[in-house]
Design a protein around this ligand. Structure first.
Ligand SMILES: [Cu+2]
Length: 502
């Protein structure tokens, strides 16, 4: 067990740190520990397999089975887990812009689940939110056409009140979108060779190796003391090229990371949630809250080692940063370069430009997040909170009124951050986003367009992607309709269960 994070030592360190700091009470929230691992990081990084698909009448059809299993998350120990098409996590789905896709999802779990396509622009009935439950033993077959830029998306369950549990047990996978019409821009693109999926999650284990899902009173949820990359602890990726692209996904339930290379070198941040930035952004760190993604390109020297770490993330003006992982620093993934490296292309200086014009916005809505509520209300499956007219552009003003972290995720769209407290967003928030961290008491102005899919009966979700908060009801429902008018009383008939019975 020498490569497992030494919990006891970390607890002692937490005590020392908290008493020395004076502004924090580290042991009040034992789920939040500074985690250090001196281990050797020599477990080969598991690369999720690319999902097989078959073409049926021009539709690319994938199959996903949610199932129970057992996986070696810690060396030599079997942990009961859940996974898609396997014991833990799921295969990487991959499709191109313009393709018609379908996914045959079968639930082999002992309870109801759903599968949501996080970041995808698609009809709400295909979204896989809480209104598309798949009962135990049942199947569901969503189908849609990929119609958005190349991006690193992901899929995970979204059953109302149980999302934290289902994701934490291992139900998550990447969904990579390609755009054949877009230039390659010199970006590394050989999956598993120089284009590496990196799903980062934190876990807690009991003495028998079982996953412990216990937030221990922490109001943001569970903070694990063991960091897994693609389901492995202490992983190393062998690098054979001068440049390697890491597709970072924060698949954790509550923890926010600040990814960096241990020697402080700059990397090129090339993409965020919804695709490429307008130009690479040279930076030495990238903060990701749960659900967010970032693609970085790391330059490697032959024969060298580089450690991807997470530095103490700046969580903004929270009351007890140490309680929310704001003081934690730990290693994530070792990159080990071969003695001789294949040449890599030069990454372009600029990518495609884009941008939603704020003059197009016809409506502004304000959302206040506080006490697990949005504008004073918790999620209700039979209540529509907002109705939006198809084809319009809106500005949403979102503020976290609590003294602890939240973030903000909107289904169906990729939004852009117009401003934060009236200032332009930093470069890392200058791209297409579907999830953004909400520093307390700051005003985030987001702009988005609602296009293509009108539906009077099936809502999309907006919610905090800290999964405990989502489960507790920090979520709201919106319809996109042709009229944009509220549905007549009784017209909204939540279609829960319509997909779960066959
Ligand atoms: Cu939250």
């Amino acid at each position: 067990m020498r490569r497992r994070i030494p919990v006891l030592a970390a607890a002692v360190l937490a005590l020392v740190t908290s008493t020395g700091c004076g502004s924090d009470f580290g042991l009040r929230f034992p789920g939040s520990l500074p985690v250090k691992d001196p281990g050797s990081f020599d477990t080969p990084l598991p690369i999720p397999p690319l999902a097989e698909s078959r073409l049926v009448d021009g539709v690319r059809v994938f199959s996903l089975d949610a199932q129970e299993g057992s996986a070696e998350l810690l060396p030599g120990i079997q942990t009961p887990t859940w996974g898609f098409n396997g014991d833990h996590l799921g295969p990487t789905l991959r499709a191109a812009r313009g393709e018609a896709v379908a996914v045959e999802v079968t639930n082999r779990l002992p309870e109801t689940t759903t599968v949501h396509w996080h970041g995808m622009h698609l009809p709400p009935a295909m979204d896989g939110g809480p209104h598309q439950p798949i009962q135990a033993g049942a199947s569901w077959r969503p189908a849609w056409t990929i119609d958005q830029p190349a991006a690193t998306l992901w899929y995970h369950p979204h059953p109302h009140g149980a999302t934290e549990k289902h994701v934490y047990r291992g139900l998550a996978g990447m969904f990579i979108l390609d755009d054949p019409a877009a230039p390659a821009f010199g970006l590394p693109d050989r999956y598993g060779v120089d284009d590496i999926p990196v799903i980062v999650q934190d876990k807690r284990f009991d003495a028998d190796g079982g996953l412990v899902q216990d937030s221990q009173g922490n109001e943001i949820g569970l903070l694990g003391d063991t960091i897994l990359t693609n389901g492995a602890f202490g992983a190393v990726q062998e690098v054979t090229t001068e440049r390697v692209r890491l597709r970072l996904l924060n698949g954790s339930t509550a923890r926010t990371y600040d990814f960096a290379i241990d020697d402080g070198r700059e990397v090129a941040l090339v993409a965020t949630d919804g695709g490429l930035l307008e130009a690479p952004h040279r930076t030495d760190h990238v903060r990701l809250s749960p659900g967010e993604r970032a693609e970085i390109v790391v330059d490697m020297e032959p024969g060298s080692d580089a450690m991807l770490i997470s530095r103490p993330p700046d969580l903004g003006d929270v009351l007890l940063p140490g309680a929310y992982g704001g003081q934690d620093e730990f290693e994530v993934l070792r990159l080990r370069a071969a003695p001789a490296l294949q040449a890599s292309a030069q990454v372009a200086d600029a990518f495609d430009s884009f941008g939603i014009d704020s003059f197009d916005a016809t409506r502004t809505r304000a959302f206040e997040v506080q006490n697990r509520e949005i504008n004073g209300r918790r999620m209700a499956m039979d209540r529509i909170d907002e109705v939006i007219e198809l084809g319009t552009t809106e500005i949403w003003e979102v503020t976290n009124r609590d003294g602890f972290p939240h973030n903000w995720h909107v289904h169906d769209v990729q939004f852009e951050v117009l401003s934060i407290d009236g200032e332009p967003p930093p470069p890392e928030l200058g791209g297409r986003k579907d999830t953004v961290y909400l520093e307390p008491r700051r005003l985030y102005r987001l702009i988005m367009r609602f296009e293509d899919y009108a539906d009077e009966r099936h809502p999309y979700m907006m919610h905090c992607h800290l999964l405990l908060h989502e489960d507790q009801g920090l979520m709201a429902q919106f319809l996109v309709t042709r009229s944009g008018l509220d549905p007549e009383p009784g017209q909204f008939d939540p279609p829960a269960g319509e997909h779960g019975s066959h």
